[in-house]
Design a protein around this ligand. Structure first.
Ligand code: OSB
Ligand code: MG
Length: 369
């Protein structure tokens, strides 16, 4: 609707942790959109960094997409119109998710209707895992894992790359036998190099599951790896639309080991696409968890809404709280992890109250549309 004012803000959060993956270090840059009308505010987050290293999206592409698309969004009548505009464009899923969620949380606030209830979610307790970055040595790795197990992390997800793979996984299994370990490569292995298959085979002999071993466009090689190693392989970067999950279900028949989904709602383009995706996952009985992109409370609110749809088959998910990731978070009422679980909230609007003065103080640029 025309009456909405959109503020597209590039923010820079001060990281509390050094979070390194096979593709680089997290700098804490994000794009947040605040949609305002009738005394209510909605929020959306695109967890993009300055450079397109995780996917093809980056801060400037998100802002450019928002400038192109938000004027068209202002002309539509209702949510169907909003989805039609967003779906008419290819790619740019983080940006679409940001715009969609800012409007949906605004409408939810105006109508005083919970989005969690609207999508049929329940106030479940989400099991939480810790994502451990690439660190300099085993001592640092073990210290990080100890802190995570102290607050109750139900699984350790460890970032790997060629040259730092068997070592961390073996060390975690040695120090914490019985704790599930998921090794996430962020696509760092080349399926055309025999030696990379050898590395992955060694990792598979220690780990409980592998995440995104090969580059985003590879899915069949992941199925082959699951089959040859008898290990669960979970895909992250490879899955950007619900159709790919249906394809994964088809591919997993005959593999003999589970193929799973790391469901990151912004990667699928937002709440509506994620609801569709969860339905496909449940229908096909695929293992899954809700993944994170080191989001602020804005992005975690969307992720929590999608998690509320799980029906007893949710693996430990990425819900480390803002105060573990950042020097200071955006929520005035952050969620807590209790015994390794986070409880879903179901209030109208965004699930957290944003400290807007603080949000303004971390804003490095803003476009008003
Ligand atoms: O691959 O899951 C990933 C963060 C940035 C980019 C990619 C990934 C991650 C995480 C974050 O693992 C975990 C979290 O948000 O708590
Ligand atoms: Mg991942």
């Amino acid at each position: 609707p025309e009456g909405i004012t959109f503020r597209v803000k590039v923010i820079k959060m001060k990281m509390k942790i050094d979070f390194e993956t096979s593709f680089g270090k997290a700098e804490g840059t994000r794009v947040i959109t605040v949609a305002e009308a009738g005394g209510c505010k909605g929020f959306g987050e695109a967890p993009a960094e300055a450079e397109p290293l995780y996917s093809g999206e980056f801060v400037d592409s998100v802002v450019a997409f928002a400038k192109l698309v938000i004027p068209k969004i202002k002309m539509v009548e209702d949510v169907n119109g909003l989805l039609k505009v967003l779906n008419s464009y290819r790619g740019n899923n983080f940006a679409k998710s940001m715009i969609e969620y800012s409007v949906l949380t605004l409408l939810s606030c105006l109508r005083k209707e919970s989005l969690v209830k609207a999508v049929g979610g329940r106030k479940i307790k989400i099991p939480v895992q810790e994502s451990i970055g690439i660190v300099k040595d085993e001592d640092e790795l073990v210290a990080w894992a100890e802190r995570a197990l102290e607050w109750g992390a139900r699984r350790l997800k460890v970032k790997i790359k060629p040259g730092w793979d068997v070592e961390p996984v073996r060390a975690l299994k040695r120090e914490f036998p019985g704790v599930p370990v998921l090794a996430d490569a962020n696509g760092a292995y080349d399926p055309l190099k025999d030696v990379h298959w050898e590395y992955l085979s060694k990792v598979a002999s220690y780990a409980d599951a592998l995440e995104q071993p090969f580059p985003p466009h590879e899915v069949a090689f992941s199925a082959k790896l699951a089959s040859s190693e008898g290990i669960e392989v979970i895909l992250d970067e490879s899955l950007e639309e619900p159709e790919r999950v249906a394809e994964l279900a088809y591919l997993s028949e005959g593999v003999g080991a589970p193929l799973g989904v790391n469901l990151k709602p912004p990667r699928f383009g937002g709440l509506v696409k994620s609801v569709e995706t969860v339905e496909l996952i449940i229908e096909n009985e695929l293992p899954f968890f809700i993944g994170g992109m080191l989001e602020t409370a804005v992005g975690r609110s969307l992720n929590m809404t999608v998690a509320s749809l799980a029906r007893g088959n949710l693996e430990p998910s990425d819900f480390s709280p803002e105060d573990h990731l950042f020097e200071r978070g955006l929520a005035k009422d952050p969620f807590e992890v209790k015994c390794g679980f986070v409880e879903v909230r179901d209030s109208p609007g965004l699930l957290f109250e944003i400290d807007e003065d603080y949000l303004d103080s971390v804003t490095v640029s803003e476009v008003v549309l």
